[in-house]
Design a protein around this ligand. Structure first.
Ligand code: HEC
Ligand code: HEC
Ligand code: HEC
Length: 132
């Protein structure tokens, strides 16, 4: 590679889009109730990736995940005890908790949200319906 193209590649790497693996996709849930405050990158939960592998009820009934981004008080003690993500990320059903960066992969400061949800782009969102 010429010195000039190396400089171009170098400049590209400094662009925000190339800043590193902040990998949220459409429908991913960013969970950041505690991570930022604890100095960890927020968590990206790839919802579609899991939905195609498991029934809704496996998580939302059996494991008690509430249907709300950030609506569960998840922490590492609970995960290591086998609750929430830890019911599967235990080295048996899926890789285990020592892989911190696999889950804590969002850009620091990303708020709890459903990434790229169309609702975030509405200028006049509908009034939330009361939950049953
Ligand atoms: C399977 C996914 C997963 C893995 C792997 C994982 N975490 Fe977490 N962690 C979470 C989730 C989900 C939360 C809750 C996030 C929030 O609300 O901010 C969390 C929260 C935390 C918190 C803040 C709450 C607390 O318990 O203090 C810390 C600190 C943390 N993780 C550290 C780690 C470290 C260190 C590792 C690796 C040894 C790790 N995590 C691996 C999913 C994971
Ligand atoms: C592997 C576990 C898992 C499976 C399977 C799963 N979900 Fe989820 N779901 C979650 C987690 C985790 C969250 C985020 C909870 C949080 O942030 O605390 C979530 C969040 C949601 C939300 C709330 C999003 C928002 O706007 O706040 C809805 C709705 C939802 N899931 C529906 C479904 C449906 C429908 C299915 C089946 C087609 C399904 N889920 C399958 C784990 C799962
Ligand atoms: C019902 C079981 C189950 C639960 C609950 C669960 N996972 Fe997973 N997860 C899996 C399986 C299975 C895989 C695929 C593992 C593999 O490829 O070896 C996976 C993979 C992942 C991946 C990697 C996706 C990819 O593109 O390779 C991430 C990130 C992840 N999980 C985060 C989480 C977080 C965060 C939670 C809790 C909020 C969670 N998971 C809860 C079963 C689960």
């Amino acid at each position: 590679m010429s010195a000039r193209s190396l400089r171009i590649v170098g400049a590209l790497l400094l662009l925000p889009g190339f800043a590193g693996p902040a990998t949220a996709e459409y429908g991913d849930v960013v969970i950041n109730n505690y991570s930022d405050a604890a100095g960890m990158r927020p968590v990206i939960f790839p919802h579609w990736f899991h939905r195609v592998r498991f029934r809704c009820a496996a998580c939302h009934a059996d494991l008690g995940f509430k249907f709300k981004a950030g609506g569960n008080e998840i922490n590492m003690m609970k995960i290591i005890d086998g609750e929430y993500c830890g019911a599967c990320h235990n080295g048996e059903i899926a890789w285990s908790v020592e892989n911190c960066d696999m889950c804590h992969s969002a850009k620091p400061g990303t708020p709890t949200q459903v990434h790229e949800s169309t609702v975030q782009k509405l200028l006049a969102p509908a009034k939330p319906k009361p939950r049953q």
